[in-house]
Each structure stands twice: as structure tokens, then as C-alpha cells.
Write a protein that binds this ligand. Structure first.
Ligand SMILES: Cc1ncc(COP(=O)(O)O)c(C=O)c1O
Length: 436
């Protein structure tokens, strides 16, 4: 890129995005947000000026670097975390897996306290979600109940690491091994989390990630599917790329040297391989401009993870004195979380409700979020579509999450002043509650 343009873009970045002074009570503190500098703008401009725009050199670089960083053999980038989950699950339905493939009616164990698009691909593929309750504090699946959930129709487990807090992966891996189950890891909120010395996203047969701006790194919109299995990777790429059997890169032809001599399905011999579809696919690819943004973000990932951990620790240290009112976050001894947020559950006898508190915080310009769908089976689409599911025992904790749990941000854009302001507002709220 021309040096003048580089300089101009650098100046424009500063003009538009230089950090503004934080004014307590006036500046809004978002629960999540992207952190970037002029490198992201320059990278995206490079990709625009390449004139290629679909999957290209930045996509290749991103996939290679992310695979190396995470420690997986294959990464396929897609246009969202939800698409990643859809591709991951649809891949397990492929006829190429022969008798290992999932079939409609098979059961998949998951939790109802989470994001809807972890559950939707199960339903979309005609599989039956089996919901197990979560533990309060970790908000991850209860392992004893998970054991009880496994029945003759169980074929897979699909779980997210809640807000970056790893599930008990050794126990889950053991159960999958013992019962011959697929394990799909939704790592969308946990990029950089570690369990027993190994990064999350490397435990499942397939794992996924999101690059929506709220997440650890962003592509604007984006996601990724990870696997170590060469066959699954081929299926994943095919489903992502319209379902085509051909594996030529965009803009290439006849990589297989047999373009006009395949005989597949009931098609005539020699039907152009470019237009042979062996999976039920979609087009879920990213543009190279998104990937260029991702490449610049990858350089900052380690730093982002550290800041998230530091912010989480700071909030924990300052808020733990309020343990009488809240269930504080908890985690396994083996976990080192790359936190997505700081989750709190207001105790039933706190003397105030979750909704009182989040209303107060939002009035004070502090952003809050719920644990996504709360209890997904109570969401209108679940009720109205009459979705078939099974529950193990009950979802008592999940219901409590729906009514009493919320989270505040730990993202790298939060300054110490902001964190102190948040803590002060918690202190003030509790002090005033105690007066009344
Ligand atoms: C656990 C989990 N899975 C999947 C998704 C979906 O990701 P996306 O918004 O990129 O579709 C999210 C979104 O935040 C999520 O939190």
C-alpha cells in the first residue's frame, strides 16, 4: 500500500477512534466491545485493494495461524459462530461417516442455560436435545446428571464452556470414550481457556468459535470450526462451500485432475465435478476483508486474554465481600479461564432481585447481560414450534439462572477507573438496600 494512504488511514483512525475520557456516571460502560488500532484498518484496506474479496490469502493465513496457536490440525473459517455450530453438527450427519454418522431421532446431550444457536443445530438436523441441569457458580453441566442422561439413543454431547469457564473436560472425554459418543465443543466464549494444561477447543471431535465483536477477537462477523480429523474436515469444508464434492479453491479448476470423469450419485459419468454436491450445504464463507481483520486481531489475542483474566480477578477480589448476596463465579481446579464475562447470581434471600440490580446498574450506565436464553425451552420459538426434547430430572438451577443470574463485562477495553466505578455502584446499591 502506498505510504501516503497508510499515513492518511493512521490519521483517520486516530481522529475517529482515539479513546475518549471516561466520565463516571456519564460514559456508558459496555459489557463487551472490540479493541483495535490502525493495524486492523490497514489490513482490511489491503484486502479491499487486493480486489479479490472472497476467501483468499488473508483467510489462508488466518486459518494457518489460528490452527497453530490453538494446536489443531484443521481450521475452517465461517461467517459466524452460529454457522460454525450448524456446520459442526451437520458434518456429523454425513453419509461419509458410514455407521458413525448421526441419524434423525438420535439424542444429543446439552444444557438449556446458554446460547440458542448451540441447541438449534441439534434440532435443525432432526436430532433430539436432552437437557441436563447446570451447576450454579460454574454454570456448566452437572456431571452426575450427565451420566444419568446417557441412554440407548444417546450419540453425542454438545456443550459450550459457559462464559469462558471450561466444562470438566476430562470427565466428559471419559464418558464419550466409554459410550462411543461424539463430543462437540462450543468454544465460542472461551478462546484461550485452558483445562488441565490444554486449550479448550482441542478436546472435542469438532469445536467451534465466534468472532462476533463481543468475543475475544473479532472479524466483524465470523466463526471457525476446528478438528483434527481429516475426513471430518473435508465434510466441514464441503458443507461450508455449498455442499460441493469438488475441493478446488475459489478461482481454481481441476485440482483433482478428474474434473470430467467422476461418476457419483445418479448423475451421468463425467458430470462436471464443480457441480456435484455430496453434502447438503450452504455458502457460509467469510470475505477476505473479514479475515484480514481477524489476522490483525490474532496478533493481540494473548494480550486480550491476559487483560480479560486481570479484569475478572480484579472484580472477583472487590466483589467477594458481597458473597451473602451473590453466588460468585467458581471453576474447576484444572481450569484457567479466558473469561468472557463476570457472572453473578442474586441469592433468593438477598433482599433485592436481579432485576432491581440490573435496572440500577443500567441507570448508572453500566451494561449488563443475562446468561443468553436463560432456559431455552421457555423461549417463544421453542414453545411455538413444539420442539421435541427430553429433560433429565429437572432444570431447577437453569430456572434460577433465568430469573436470578446476570453478567458484567471483563473485556480489554475496560480501564481500572471503569472497574472501580462498577464496584462502587455495587457497593452503593447494597448499602442503600440495607438502609431500606
Ligand atoms: C456459546 C455461544 N455459541 C454460539 C454463539 C453464536 O455466535 P455468533 O454470534 O457468531 O453467531 C454465541 C454468541 O455469542 C455464543 O455465546
Amino acid at each position: 500500500m502506498n505510504d501516503n494512504l497508510k499515513k492518511l488511514l493512521g490519521e483517520e483512525y486516530k481522529e475517529r477512534f482515539s479513546p475518549k475520557e471516561f466520565v463516571p456516571g456519564e460514559s456508558f460502560i459496555p459489557v463487551s466491545g472490540k479493541t483495535f488500532d490502525e493495524k486492523e484498518i490497514l489490513n482490511m484496506t489491503e484486502a479491499v485493494l487486493d480486489g479479490w474479496w472472497t476467501e483468499g490469502r488473508f483467510s489462508d493465513l488466518f486459518e494457518k495461524r489460528l490452527s497453530e496457536w490453538l494446536g489443531v490440525k484443521f481450521t475452517a473459517i465461517v461467517n459466524s459462530g452460529s454457522s460454525a455450530n450448524l456446520v459442526a453438527f451437520s458434518a456429523l450427519m454425513s453419509a461419509k461417516l458410514k455407521d458413525r454418522r448421526l441419524k434423525p431421532g438420535d439424542e444429543v446431550i446439552s444444557v438449556a442455560a446458554g446460547f440458542p444457536t448451540t441447541v438449534n443445530p441439534i434440532v435443525q438436523n432432526g436430532l433430539v436435545p436432552v437437557f441436563v441441569d447446570v451447576d450454579l457458580g460454574t454454570y456448566n453441566i452437572n456431571i452426575e446428571k450427565l451420566k444419568k442422561a446417557i441412554g440407548p439413543k444417546t450419540r453425542a454431547i454438545f456443550l459450550a464452556h459457559t462464559l469462558g469457564n471450561p466444562c470438566e473436560l476430562d470427565k466428559i472425554a471419559e464418558l464419550c470414550e466409554e459410550h462411543g459418543l461424539w463430543f462437540v465443543e462450543d468454544n465460542c466464549d472461551a478462546l484461550g481457556s485452558v483445562y488441565d494444561g490444554k486449550k479448550t477447543g482441542t478436546f472435542g471431535h469438532v469445536a467451534t468459535c465466534s468472532f462476533y465483536p463481543a468475543h475475544h477477537i473479532t472479524m466483524g462477523e465470523g466463526g471457525a470450526v476446528f478438528t483434527d480429523d481429516a475426513l471430518l474436515y473435508r465434510i466441514i469444508k464441503s458443507i461450508r462451500d455449498w455442499g460441493r464434492d469438488c475441493w478446488c479453491r475459489t478461482g481454481m479448476d481441476d485440482t483433482c485432475k478428474r474434473r470430467f470423469s467422476w461418476k457419483l450419485g445418479n448423475l451421468p459419468l463425467g458430470y462436471d465435478h464443480k457441480y456435484i454436491y455430496s453434502e447438503m450445504g450452504y455458502n457460509l464463507k467469510v470475505t477476505d476483508i473479514q479475515a484480514a481483520l481477524g489476522v490483525a486481531q490474532l496478533d493481540k489475542l494473548e494480550d486480550f486474554i491476559q487483560k480479560r483474566r486481570d479484569n475478572f480477578d480484579y472484580l472477583y477480589e472487590k466483589l467477594k465481600k458481597h458473597e451473602d448476596y451473590f453466588i460468585l463465579p467458581s471453576w474447576s481446579d484444572k481450569a484457567e479461564s479466558s473469561w468472557f464475562g463476570f457472572l453473578l447470581t442474586v441469592k433468593d434471600d438477598a433482599g433485592f432481585t436481579r432485576d432491581d440490580l440490573i435496572k440500577h446498574l443500567n441507570e448508572k450506565k453500566i451494561g449488563t447481560r443475562l446468561l443468553f436464553a436463560g432456559n431455552v425451552i421457555k423461549q417463544p420459538y421453542f414453545v411455538e414450534k413444539n420442539i421435541k426434547y427430553r429433560i433429565v430430572d429437572n432444570l431447577v438451577n437453569t430456572d434460577l439462572v433465568m430469573t436470578n443470574t446476570f453478567w458484567i463485562g471483563v473485556h480489554p477495553g475496560l480501564s481500572k477507573d471503569m472497574l472501580n466505578y462498577i464496584v462502587n455502584e455495587f457497593n452503593e446499591f447494597i448499602k442503600n438496600m440495607n438502609k431500606t
